[in-house]
Design a protein around this ligand. Structure first.
Ligand code: M6R
Length: 611
């Protein structure tokens, strides 16, 4: 939610103007929000320049001429509105009364009303409806008392309650960007004679892959040559111990010739899956041991990551033989009483920053459960607060719709479940070996599935685009696959889609079905196949328009459906991975046919850091 970038640089180091570089870095963060855009920079003459407006980066940049501005130090912001409508005035940066200090913010300042009233009483003039504006006036107020900018910034931070990633510049101290983090992500990027501060690593990957991921409670500042970080209560941080080199290339974060990130990321799945397999090591084995020895396993996540936990829940119950329950992260109070010492919580989050999942982690931790994280972002908040982390290696995912991070999460969790089953003696080593061998083939299987299903998905999408509702049905492991398919269609094609276990139709939902109503059936190669045929028949009898994803030799469904996606035969436990591909592609192409931008679905942001 909201993307922040800041850059401080020595004269002559950049070959482009600072305004252009800020704009380009901001483009890499557009997935975090795109209601309004703005920047503030200190020109080489020491003037503060602020330009901002409602709209997306390219349009706003053309309108306001980002490319015309240069300077030593700048901050910029792409907004996902929380407090105050998305308009020019509420766009960031926000400035103090004397137009000398500017700030950008991601998060929510909970006590902004009381701070605002206090500052108004002291004579400060507020122009926006945002919570952010209090920060800059607070700094101004403390400076009036004779503090340096940094002292004033720290004093302001101590007054704030809530979530924030902040970057602030002041014409009195050109060349410095002051920053603070609490809950919302913030990363320092280190390059020669220039330093960055950003909400996410892809923002500045073109310039550097050397990063420091800031932690909650940390404040500091950057200059072109230095980084200073301290914990607001605990004192100075040793920078050298915290520098990490990220093995993502800028190309990985760009579109590489695809019209959209979502399509690129769907096509990147074979690579993301093989990198994830190659990265499996000791941590994954440790997590398998923890599962095998746990009394009870809880799993949590939001959206797509929750769907991955539902698949893992099924595998842990049915393959490992350990009791497991998955719950939606924002509902973390549901098991507040029962979760206890000896239990394991597996928190799945591609970004590692989703606040709902983080809160669930904190709750389980307070009950003394062991916490394991599955994440795609090294050193992000959820991994840092967990006892153990296993990383997927999907590379940066920019499209708001999760695709490659879903399949890599499921692959990793499947491997861990097989290992846990083997350790617990639920399956023999020979059987486990066969399963590992199948998992190794998954990247190639997904590659061939993409090639085969893409033209059909595109064709079917032209009909899906004319529908306004859809059901996605399955049984067993087919239910979370259906849920993920429905979520994709909703979020990028804006078609209402509902997923539920197919056996439920006759308990209510079938009442909606009439001639032409689309129903997608996920038919895995398990004992549910024949029951699903009966469910398809029920829907057909009511005139439903039926699309099926089924094993290639399951001929029975072909004549009952408008179209059947014929899937390769693999051990059914792992079928969710290839089976989601047609649903991802149908959502993508339907969105395109309807004229939407699948990378930036309305009202959504890639990383949700507000509860
Ligand atoms: O970063 P996370 O995996 O924690 O994100 C969780 C959800 O916000 C995310 O999966 C969301 O549902 C996606 N937009 C779905 O495509």
């Amino acid at each position: 939610m909201c993307g922040i970038i800041g850059l401080t640089v020595k004269k002559g180091v950049l070959r482009k103007k600072l305004g252009t570089v800020l704009k380009q870095c901001l483009k890499n963060l557009e997935y975090r929000g795109y209601d309004s855009v703005g920047f503030a920079l200190i020109s080489w003459d020491g003037e503060l320049v602020v330009r901002k407006s409602k709209g997306k980066i390219d349009d706003v940049s053309r309108k306001l001429g980002f490319d015309d501005y240069d300077g030593s130090t700048g901050i910029a912001h792409t907004r996902w509105a929380t407090h105050g409508k998305p308009n020019d005035i509420n766009a960031h940066p926000h400035v103090d009364c004397k137009l000398k200090i500017a700030v950008v913010h991601n998060g929510i300042i909970e006590n902004y009303q009381e701070l605002r009233e206090e500052l108004i009483r002291k004579g400060h003039v507020f122009v926006s409806e945002t919570d952010t504006e209090v920060v800059v006036h607070l700094v101004e107020e403390y400076k009036k008392k004779g503090m340096s900018t940094y002292e004033a910034f720290k004093a302001a931070i101590k007054k704030l309650r809530g979530a924030y990633a902040l970057a602030l510049i002041d014409v009195d101290e050109p060349g410095k960007i002051f920053f603070a983090r609490n809950t919302s992500p913030l990363i320092v990027g280190l390059a020669k004679e220039m330093k960055f501060i950003a909400s996410d690593i892809p923002a500045f990957l073109e310039y550097t892959n050397k990063v420091i991921v800031l932690r909650d409670g940390e404040v500091g500042y950057i200059t072109p040559d230095t980084v200073f970080i301290e914990h607001i209560d605990k004192g100075r941080v040793n920078i050298s111990e915290r520098i990490k080199v990220i093995d993502w290339t800028p190309e990985m974060a760009k579109k590489a010739g695809y019209p959209h990130y979502m399509l690129k990321e769907i096509h990147e799945q074979p690579l993301a899956l093989s990198s994830t397999l190659a990265g499996i090591g000791l941590e994954a084995e440790k997590l398998a041991e923890l599962i095998a020895s746990s009394k009870y396993v809880y799993l949590t996540g939001a959206g797509t990551s929750y769907h991955a936990t539902l698949i893992a829940e099924y595998l842990i119950n049915n393959l490992v033989g350990v009791k497991a329950t998955a719950f939606i992260a924002s509902e973390y109070n549901r098991y507040g009483k029962t979760i206890s010492k000896g239990d394991l919580l597996i928190a799945v989050s591609q970004s590692g920053e989703t606040i709902d999942t983080l809160m669930a982690v904190r709750k389980a931790k307070s009950k003394k459960a062991v916490i394991a994280a599955i994440s795609n972002v090294v050193d992000s908040a959820i991994p840092r607060e967990s006892d153990i982390t296993v990383y997927t290696r999907a590379g940066p995912e920019i499209g708001v719709a999760a695709t490659k991070t879903f399949t890599t999460q499921v692959l990793l969790l499947s491997w861990i479940a097989v290992k846990a089953a083997e350790l617990k003696g639920e399956i023999k080593s020979t059987e486990a070996l066969q399963m590992y061998n199948t998992l190794k083939k998954i990247p190639d299987i997904v590659d061939s599935v993409i090639k085969v299903v893409e033209p059909f998905s595109r064709k079917i999408s032209s009909e899906v685009a004319s529908k306004s509702n859809a059901y996605y049905l399955g049984r067993g492991l087919g239910v979370p696959v259906s849920m993920e398919g429905a979520l994709k269609l909703k979020e990028v094609a804006y078609i209402h889609a509902e997923a539920y276990p197919a056996g439920e139709s006759k308990h209510g939902p079938i009442a909606l079905v009439e001639e032409g109503f689309p129903v997608f059936f996920t038919v895995l190669d398990d004992d549910n196949k024949d029951l699903l045929v009966a469910n398809i028949e029920e829907m057909r009898a009511r005139g439903a328009w039926i699309i099926v994803v089924a094993p290639k030799d399951f001929e029975k469904v072909v004549k009952l459906s408008y179209f059947t996606f014929k899937m390769p035969k693999i051990v059914f436990w792992f079928e969710p991975i290839p089976y989601i591909v047609p649903y991802q592609l149908i959502a993508y192409y339907t969105s395109i046919i309807k004229g939407y931008d699948p990378d930036k679905p309305r009202n959504l942001a890639k990383t949700v850091t507000v509860e």
